[in-house]
Design a protein around this ligand. Structure first.
Ligand SMILES: [Fe+2]
Ligand SMILES: [Fe+2]
Length: 144
């Protein structure tokens, strides 16, 4: 994806539009944020959820976390979701509003498709966590 975006930014630069390449900047930022987000989930939140679940199911004392309720880290991850979804929206707008020479369509059309696929993946990710996983964790914490 990085390469496709770099080509698109280049083509847009050649087409006389802003050579600032806001698309590749947004994409780089998005990628960094998302990688960090996934690490926070995999390395911090999910293990915490597992500990909570194990304690609740075994009837042991619930773990006490230094940050208080598990709702606190969840709140941060929900904010990440909003930010990352906004960045994808911005990239889709940027390409969607692009009206360059038809000769560059072969660069932009597939990129638009890939961004749309990324958008769909992101929506699913956000749905599964915000609507299903996180509410369950809140319930689990309420039981403990
Ligand atoms: Fe996730
Ligand atoms: Fe997430």
């Amino acid at each position: 994806m990085d390469r496709a975006i770099a080509r698109a930014a280049e083509a847009r630069g050649r087409a006389g539009a802003s050579a600032q390449a806001p698309l590749s900047r947004t994409f780089r930022f998005f990628k960094r944020e998302l990688e960090l987000h996934l690490r926070k989930e995999e390395e911090v939140l999910f293990p915490l959820i597992r500990r909570l679940e194990t304690a609740v199911h075994s009837g042991a004392n619930p773990p006490r976390f230094s940050f208080g309720s598990i709702a606190n880290p969840i709140g941060i991850l929900r904010e990440d979701h909003e930010g990352e979804s906004r960045q994808i929206g911005r990239m889709l707008d940027w390409i969607g509003n692009y009206s360059g020479p038809p000769s560059t369509a072969h660069i932009f059309d597939p990129l638009f498709d890939r961004l749309q696929a990324l958008d769909a993946d992101m929506r699913l990710h956000v749905h599964l966590e915000d609507e299903i996983l996180f509410p369950r964790v809140r319930l689990l914490e309420g039981e403990s």
